[in-house]
Write a new protein. Sequence first.
Length: 258
Amino acid sequence: MAELVYRPVIGAALTFFKALNLRIDVGGAEHIPATGGAVIASNHIGYLDFVFTGVAARQVDKRLVRFLAKREVFDKRFPGALMRGMHHISVDREAGAASYRNAVEALRAGELVGMFPEATISRSFRLKEFKNGAARMAIESGAPLVPSVVWGTQRLLTKGRPRNFQRGVQILVRVGEPLRPSASDDPTEVTNELKARMEVLLADAQAAYPGIPANDADRWWLPAHLGGTAPTPEEAEALDRAELAERRAKREARAAAR
């Protein structure tokens, strides 16, 4: 398909990264297939995670990734035009079956499909519980399931923090060996294996990360178990529940006002 939008967007992003002197370190890109479909599953710690996962795929014959993203992004005029132009896949949480079918069709057509099994950003910067959609897509399409993680992206733009496009931030991307589930495999078991592999990749990335907090106030981007001040998984879950309740109340208020 024609890539009249995606490649110029990549060019603009790389120029922006260069201006910020971002130090992007990709390891394991050779595990991404050079041809054919594959599901690339990534952790989710910041709003720009998909960009850096895409940087890893680009190292393999400049491949492009079609990411699943919530419908609300597509509904916005300018972001939506970009998302459609890059042939990403809209996810309607109220009608997920169509999004799932579109992703499977893309995989069967030989596309790389990117997704976040956690579904939402992890405020604790640790892995949340996984949905099994990535595993089901890989099983149904026959495509490999590639685990990957990013680290450092939360320092730029994440949930609950002001954006901070500081210069010289280190970004690590790590890609692991693909899982190759068969049609007879249990999606739950495949998902558990995927998460276990991503836990190892994430721990390795955190251990290898060269950046350190500038001071105590800067320890917010480190998870609590590594001495940071990010919310614990339990605190993060409580914040997520409160956010969902607030959104639900706003939807109900809008509906009542009509």
